[in-house]
Design a binder for this molecule. Sequence first.
Ligand SMILES: [Zn+2]
Length: 248
Amino acid sequence: MPSRIVKTRAIVLRTRRLGETSKLVTLYTEDEGKIKATAKGARKPKSKFGGALELMTEAQVVCYLREERELQILSDCDALRAFPDLLKDLERLSLGSAACELIDRLTAERDPNRRLYRCLSGVLAGLEEVEGRQVEPLFWYFQLRAAEALGYRPELQHCTSCRARLEGEWLWFSPALGGGLCARCEAATGGIRVAGDSLRLLAGLQALSAYQQEAMPPAPARRGEIRSMLRGFLEYHGGQHRCDGSRG
Ligand SMILES: [Zn+2]
C-alpha cells in the first residue's frame, strides 16, 4: 500500500533518542490521532525540525503515513506554540507532562478525536495562564473533559443508582458505576466515601462550558480525595494505568 502525505497540527507527547542523531516521537495529531514517528537527524545541530520536537510543543507536521507500518516518517515540522512558562514552574510542568502522558495512555494509535485534541491544547495553554491556586483545579477540569471526549463522562450531580440529587455532607463515589452515589444506595452498591463538597467541586468544574480563568475555583483542602476519585475513574474506564499527576 502506498504511503500518503498528511499535514496536520500535533502536540508532542513523548520523545526518545533514536540512534546517534534521530528522534522517535509520539505525537497526538488533530487529524490522525496518535502516531509514532521517526524524525531523522532531529538531534543534529542544524536540523530542519529545529526546536519543534520538544515535549508539549504544538507544531504543524508533515508525515508520510502508511497503514500497515508501526513507525511513520516525519518529514517536516514547524513549531506553532511552545509553552515556555510551563517550564519555569515545577507544578505546572509536572501537570502539563501528566496531561500528555494521560492522552498517550488513554488513546490507541490512529484513532482521531478532535475534541480530545482541543482539551490537550487548551490545558497546556491554560496551565501557563492560571493563578497558582487554580493550577490543580485546571488539571482536574482537563481530566473531566478528556473522560467526556473519550465517551465516559462521570455522573457528578445525581446518584448513579437512584438518580436522587447528590446532597449532604458525605457522599460516595464509584468508578465502576460511573460516578456519585447517595448514602442510601451506597450500602447496596459499594463505593468510596467522599466529602459532598469534593464531589460538588468536580460537578461545578464539569458544568463549565469552557475553560475560563475567572470561573476556576481555588484548590480546596481535600485535594487527595479529589485526585483519587479522578484517578480511580480514569484507571477504571481507561485501562489499568496511573492517570493522575504522579509518576511511577
Ligand atoms: Zn441513590
